[in-house]
Design a protein. Sequence first.
Lengths: 313, 335
Amino acid sequence: MADLISILPQQLVFGLALGTVYGLIALGYTMVYGVLQMINFAHGEVFMIGAYIGWSVFAVLIDWSVGGLHPLWVLPVLLAPAMLLCGGLGMTLERLAYRPLYMRGATRLGPLISAVGASIFLQNFVMLTQGARMKVYMTNLVFPRTWRFNIFGVNVSALVIVIVVVSLLLMWGLVALIQRTSLGRAIRAVSEDREMATAVGIDANRVVGLTFFLGSALAGAAGVLVGLYYTQIDFVMGYSAGLKAFTAAVLGGIGNIKGAMLGGLLLGVIESLASTFINPAFKDVVAFAVLILTLVFKPEGILGEKLADWKKI
Amino acid sequence: MIGEWLNRYGLFVLLAGAVVAPLLAPNDYVVGVLARICLYSLLALGLNIVVGFAGLLDIGYVAFFGIGSYAYAFLASPHFGLHLPFVLAMVIVTLASATSGILIGAPTLRLRGDYLAIVTLGFGEITYISLVNLDRPINITGGPSGLISIDPPSFFGYVIERNIEYYYLFLLTLGAVVLASVRLRDSRVGWAWQAIREDELAAEAMGVNTTVAKLQAFAIGASIAGFAGGLLASWQRSVFPDNFLFQESINILAMVILGGMGNVLGVILGAIVVVALPEIFRDLALYRLLAFGAMLMVLMIFRPQGLLPARPAAEREIAEESTAPTAQPKGAPKT
């Protein structure tokens, strides 16, 4: 037991890093659910493709590098294309696989199956074009293992700090965008009442498309961060990450941006605690059990599900 | 109308075809695929009761399939040294699955649509992880390598061994489940399910006991999946956790939605499409799942209500009572 207590702070830091990344992916689920009341099953695949884009750019950088790779410029160079391309992919998915169904008045399950189809398609597309073998991020070249800090007696690697800071910055950016810009106002309007929003001159289709762009861009960024952290990526990584992130979104209250962040953090910490104190093999069982209990006793999630209340956070 | 004709006579045509199909099959492999279609049709019909009739979105349905399989393996294999007779084992398997359906159904009654979906998903994952990991400290499930040497089905000393015999056993079960589905749909509880699906609040206001009706849907759906699970275990003579991945839940859901939720014949067509398509695409080898994913999207875009959408009960009755085609209401509300 004493051993467990001594590694606890370490595990908590690990859970925190994992949790912020879950939160980033969860935001995409929550925003799409807010405007369309739909579970975007292909979101995990967008995350996975973000990781592959980051890996490809990284490989090019390593080939070209002359004066060494400094994280200050490498990180933005990895993140920017992953976010832009994933955002574009999200918009394309919405345009091709989901919007035609809404236009034809499908029931709510139709888009779900279409999303499942998209997810299977994207997974296999990546497997066929990139191969089934794992890809390795050469994280060491940018963040050497020796870069560690001692914070209150806990040994934290520089990479973990960067991941948490970048995630929080992106979340802060999203909140600012939702609260302060006209696009943010339009997104809130569409999620509150699509018909009314249309009636006052908002192009709801455009807003939904842009919501997909924002959520998918965050997932792309999360893909790069996870790639850097775990250093190994493969074409099925989107499945479990997507499942966890969706769990996080529901845990916090789906449609609620603050809820997605909180849910992500909670899930990350719960998982690391469960693997410390119970058994690593059962960490997912604990995570899902917590989710089920939360929903049974508080079906709307911890913070409630009102997307329109974003202005209050 | 082809759809009209299919809805009326399709089941009989399909049944007649199903009886002779294995005799025309070129080899044993095809018979195996046909048997698998029957098994998955069973699962799809079971899920159709939960999702199609009662409108309760269950995306962890394969858990009940797994529970049934393992229950049968526990009762009829050397693992625990039990060798119960097939019929008795299947009765226990069905009851155990129904119980698990009620256990997962009861706490989730208050949840609506997507939350229910995510709870069932969590339940499915928990079941899978438990199957993989419950081999230590006491070996219950056999872990990732599963359980082997499971007893084949036997009836009064006659042991079933060949694929074609399994096929007819599955087909017989399928016939019974089809009959039960149709009868249930038009029964009192079936009407209660459909009322809940359309508008739960209104159903409750009209005096439907939604708690009981939902639990019945869960229990019946789960027992069908459990029964199918028992059949799978006795056919494969072994069970592995990887038979019950999340992907399988999605496949079964795809059969139901692709075929047309709530429509018995449609759901069977959905099962045929989902099981047979990858077999047909086998020549594409690596590309077959890519093609399958694309097909799912294209089919949903062009037939968002499924291949054979269910008709509302009222319309069905009118169509049956009157022979004049003009009496059939056109443009009925979507279900």
